[in-house]
Design a protein around this ligand. Structure first.
Ligand SMILES: [Zn+2]
Length: 252
């Protein structure tokens, strides 16, 4: 196997040649910002009962439990800051080297780093959305209000109580428009960087596969092996932040 430094140089060369580079990111890019991978064993999710979307919609007790979970400090990602990996991707977009960013993450750290063209497949925990009137609000004041009152927050627009973080819940389908936008990028790209995702969760994981099947180069950057390693043109194991920083140095 080639050395990590050689691999980074190769990826930088491919980026310089590509007409449309897109990145697809998962939990692994945010663990370096202190955000736990919620699906990992022993993670915060395993301590909590999963609230299904339809349960949230019909049962006030489920809504109370939902807000109790979301206001757990361990679940709260609003204080997290972007790391080197997020910053490199934002700089690439500004320099015209990255055309779009598709992410499974709900932490909003790409936007905080300065990325603008971000397709959030699973929504965002930075905002809350009323399931009745569709209005959205910053999430943090609502979480703080729940912490101090213990009451499910009422929608500031319509006063009903089915406000939920603007994320995709268990049992809730992905937004078809968001999904279509992501697939459109996957069909258009000629270089896809899959970063920090084990590429297991569907349908998000089929995006890199589709890009690869349509002839795009596929680069996988992750700490652990993934399901698509065999189909990738390069597989880089290690810290997402460090590897992206190295690639950025070769590009300069
Ligand atoms: Zn409302």
């Amino acid at each position: 196997m080639e050395s990590p430094s050689k691999q980074c140089e190769q990826v930088a060369r491919w980026m310089a040649e590509a007409r449309c580079t897109i990145a697809f990111t998962g939990a692994g890019i945010s663990t370096e910002s202190g955000i736990p991978d919620f699906r990992s064993p022993g993670g915060v999710w395993s301590r909590y009962r999963q609230i299904m979307y339809d349960e949230f919609m019909r049962d006030p007790a489920a809504r109370l439990e939902y807000w109790r979970q979301r206001s757990d400090p361990e679940m709260d990602m609003s204080a997290a800051q972007p790391n080197a990996g997020h910053h490199v991707l934002a700089q690439w977009e500004q320099a015209g080297r990255l055309q779009a960013l598709l992410t499974q993450n709900i932490d909003g750290l790409h936007q905080l780093a300065g990325s603008r063209r971000v397709v959030e497949l699973h929504g965002t925990a930075r905002r809350a959305k009323c399931q009745d009137c569709g209005s959205t609000f910053p999430a943090r004041p609502l979480i703080e209000a729940f912490r101090s009152t213990g009451c499910v927050p009422a929608c500031p627009a319509c006063a009903r109580d089915r406000l939920k973080l603007a994320t995709i819940s268990f049992g809730q389908p992905l937004d078809p428009d968001v999904l279509e936008e992501a697939f459109a990028w996957a069909r258009r790209t000629d270089l896809m960087l899959a970063i920090g995702s084990s590429l297991v969760v569907e349908p998000a994981a089929s995006l890199p596969r589709l890009a690869s099947q349509r002839g795009a180069r596929l680069v996988i950057i992750n700490r652990e092996p993934t399901r698509l390693d065999a189909a990738a043109d390069a597989v880089l194991h290690g810290s997402c932040g460090e590897l992206l920083t190295q690639i950025a140095r070769w590009l300069e």
